[in-house]
Design a protein around this ligand. Structure first.
Ligand code: 9D3
Length: 253
């Protein structure tokens, strides 16, 4: 799978590929040829001597807007070099929320171009006629789409078959099913008066499994009840959820 990232800060992305993404899972995926991340400087696709990528908004207002032409030129050049992309993602605050579901959808694609938004916005003709997807990573204001692009690469890369050693653990992830993770512990069993729950030391696999389901559902009820609306629960999980709802008062806010 190939990502082509188009940005006015290529060195930021390259630096990130050198460290946060340049170690661990994503680095291994790149080294093993499962993942390619190419970085393109938007200024290389300008036509003028000053390599201008932004301009004032029509109708007035503060700030600058990313021009359409360099972004169109960039996508055309990447397409000419590699063939048509399967998606052109524009990162922008107005985009649909990037979720695990979106990550799964993108992971099935072969080649993805990511256009990093900047300034007060991007000429809307890019959104309307060039991008196939508009994605935001959440409701907070960043300075641009570079960190969102890196977030998207990280989340998608680990879903590409073979990138994470234990594919089963990727597929069984509780988040993908709409639940938060259950608590995890490792040795020692007692650390500064804080003990690992007895059931995990018991060796009773049935008890452990039920405890974990219960914990995951309790946590989700308390912290992210919104997730439960979309969760795909089996009969046992649904029964535990109903029981917990009957017991009541799981909101901590
Ligand atoms: C929503 C704020 N906009 C209206 C005043 C101005 C604006 C602020 C910051 C427009 C663009 C940006 C830069 N942010 C992104 O390009 C961006 C982003 C984000 O800020 N939060 C979460 N996801 C994303 S994806 C791209």
């Amino acid at each position: 799978m190939t990502f082509d990232i188009v940005t006015i800060f290529p060195n930021w992305i390259r630096a990130a590929l050198g460290t946060p993404l340049g170690e661990g899972v994503v680095k291994r995926a790149i080294d093993r040829g499962l993942l390619t991340v190419e970085v393109h400087d938007l200024r290389d696709f300008t036509q003028d001597r000053h390599r201008v990528v932004d301009d004032m908004p029509y109708g007035g207002g503060p700030g600058m807007v990313l021009k359409a032409e360099p972004l169109f030129k960039a996508v055309e050049a990447i397409t000419a070099a590699r063939g048509a992309p399967s998606a052109v993602v524009l990162t922008c605050p107005q985009g649909r929320r990037f979720t695990q579901r979106e990550a799964g959808r993108l992971a099935a694609l072969d080649r993805i171009i990511v256009l990093c938004g900047r300034y007060e916005g991007v000429d809307d003709r890019v959104r309307a006629h060039l991008a196939t997807d508009e994605l935001s990573i959440g409701d907070y204001v960043l300075t641009g789409g570079e960190l969102p692009a890196l977030v998207i690469v990280d989340a998608v890369a680990r879903l590409v078959p073979g990138v994470v050693g234990d594919q089963e653990s990727v597929e069984r992830e509780s988040f993908a099913r709409g639940l938060l993770d259950f608590p995890q512990y490792t040795r020692p069993a007692a650390f500064r008066d804080m003990n690992v729950p007895e059931v995990l030391l018991s060796g009773h696999h049935g008890d452990i499994r039920r405890w974990r389901i219960r914990q995951a559902i309790e946590r989700t009820l308390a912290e992210r009840p919104d997730l439960l609306d979309q969760a795909t629960l089996d009969d046992e999980e649904r029964a535990i959820l109903e029981q917990l709802r009957k017991d009541g008062d799981h909101g901590r806010r």
